[in-house]
Design a protein around this ligand. Structure first.
Ligand SMILES: Nc1ncnc2c1ncn2[C@@H]1O[C@H](COP(=O)(O)OP(=O)(O)OP(=O)(O)O)[C@@H](O)[C@H]1O
Length: 481
């Protein structure tokens, strides 16, 4: 029987995209624009997994999550959150969501999460059981701490994570030594390092240790922003500046006034907008999109990048003058494979964090697993290590020791593919050619067989369509022989 996935999303385009993609990948899907109708459907049909948007008018994704986890604990929930709302996403996990994904996302990313849910199968239900048990323990602890006027332990754990930068490596120690000086200055900071090395954690520490800590801290992920929205997101707009600008709106720089702004993946900002950014850094002023008035601001800028900046400048995609302006405190965070001696420290930190989060007794890591972790390539850096330990804690349900088996059985059931440094785990077993063919067929269905129209939709030539169809037919004939 096919696995049943219900999708709730009020953006019709995204809803259709998910519906088609998931059914193409073998899931039995049901798609709803209206969360209320989705809820009615859940009450009358069996559903294995709910994929829900967070922000909807009739009912929020959080309400759906609460309803499903209460009423149908066997059903999993994956939340689709908007960018920059990581705290909300973590809360959703604590409230029983199986996973979350940040928009915008690629088909392979959502498929990876859905496949992982179904592969985890029993482990997910075990985790639910742990959480039910932990819930009472946690509530007891929370009651105690509330009596003492403290915050609940899950919030505390969250903050702890953000307040510490684990590492004993000489390069990390050096960074931590200069952190107070950097934090106390008002100068811009540029943090470089591969994805998952902890750039955002370090940026958070700078803000938290600065004298702006009680002011706003606005985080913008420049890579996730649609190109046409970058300028107005950063600088705001006036009513009528463009279609959809129905009222005046403040941008991130105004929101962050007197505080700090984090520009994650700064090299992704369009070169034309970089000039405006340079002006803010030099003169502390800017204009809203479509506006005449000059607005003054006092904002500390922290930027991050996981690209090779010299190459980006040489390619003409990043302004050299902006780079020098930002690079007052150049910080470079080493990849995990260059500081392997920190792995045991990080492992123990994450085991503590997640056993605490689920209210479990502490666990150890087997020697074999530790050896494996110490020798892995870690293209995903600390983030990848953290995810593996998080899963290990959950999947070693009744054990005091997390073993390689706990992690391997559930995490590496299919091969990890390493493509130009990126690890693509558990991809659906479909080749790119098959994927293309499915898309072509879909487009042809849509255009009732008109190849020219289908080619237009796909942005390829009709000749390419014909070639691909011809190749597919001859391949399948070869197979039959
Ligand atoms: N030194 C560290 N100590 C504790 N946790 C860390 C450390 N470095 C990274 N992490 C954890 O690893 C994860 C990834 O870190 P972070 O988001 O800061 O990486 P990043 O370099 O900003 O990644 P990206 O470039 O993909 O945005 C987070 O969950 C963070 O808590």
């Amino acid at each position: 029987m096919k696995e049943r996935v219900l999708i709730v999303e009020d953006d019709t385009m995204l809803l259709e995209f998910l519906d088609e993609n998931l059914s193409m990948n073998g899931y039995d899907t049901k798609a709803f624009e209206s969360p209320v109708e989705a809820k009615e459907y859940i009450d009358t049909h069996d559903v294995d997994l709910v994929l829900t948007d967070v922000k909807m008018d009739e009912m929020t994704g959080d309400e759906i999550l609460a309803y499903v986890t209460e009423t149908y604990p066997e059903t999993g929930v994956i939340m689709m959150t908007s960018f920059g709302n990581i705290t909300h996403a973590v809360r959703a996990l604590q409230k029983g969501a199986y996973d979350y994904i940040t928009k915008p996302f690629k088909a392979k990313e959502i498929l990876f999460r859905i496949n992982r849910f179904f592969e985890a199968g029993e482990s997910f239900h075990n985790r639910k059981k742990i959480e039910a048990l932990a819930g009472s323990k946690k509530r007891d602890q929370q009651d105690e701490s509330e009596d003492e006027g403290e915050e609940g332990d899950s919030d505390e754990a969250l903050k702890q994570g953000e307040k510490r930068f684990i590492g004993d490596d000489p390069q990390i120690k050096k960074l931590l030594d200069i952190l107070p000086n950097i934090a106390q200055s008002n100068a811009p900071v540029m943090i470089q390092g591969e994805s998952g090395t902890g750039k955002e954690v370090f940026a958070n520490l700078i803000h938290q240790n600065s004298n702006r800590t009680d002011e706003n801290y606005v985080k913008i992920n420049c890579a996730n922003l649609p190109k046409e929205l970058v300028e107005s997101t950063l600088f705001g707009h006036v009513k009528g500046a463009f279609t959809g600008a129905i009222s005046d709106k403040k941008g991130a720089f105004e929101e962050a006034n007197n505080g700090t702004i984090l520009l994650d993946e700064i090299t992704e900002i369009d070169i034309n907008i970089q000039a405006k950014l340079l002006r803010v850094l030099q003169e502390n002023e800017f204009q809203r999109v479509g506006g005449q008035k000059t607005i003054e601001c006092d904002v500390r800028v922290i930027a991050t990048s996981n690209r090779n900046i010299a190459e980006t400048i040489a390619d003409g995609n990043f302004r050299e003058d902006l780079y020098y302006r930002l690079n007052v405190f150049p910080i470079s965070i080493p990849p995990l494979r260059e500081r392997r001696e920190d792995i045991p420290l990080l492992v123990s930190h994450f085991v503590d964090r997640y056993t605490n989060q689920y209210g479990l007794d502490n666990k150890e890591v087997s020697d074999e697993l530790m050896e494996f972790l110490k020798n892995k390539k870690w293209h995903g850096n600390v983030r990848e290590l953290e995810n593996k330990i998080h899963r290990g804690v959950i999947l070693s349900t009744n054990n005091d020791v997390i073993t390689l088996d706990h992690i391997e059985k559930n995490m590496f059931s299919k091969v990890d593919l390493e493509v130009s440094g990126e690890v693509l785990s558990d991809l659906p077993l479909m080749s790119i050619e098959d994927m293309e063919l499915q898309l072509i067929k879909k487009a042809l269905e849509h255009t009732e067989g008109n190849q020219k129209e289908a080619a237009k939709i796909l942005g390829i030539t009709d000749r390419t369509i014909r070639n691909k169809l011809k190749k597919a037919t001859s391949d399948s004939e070869d197979e039959e022989e």
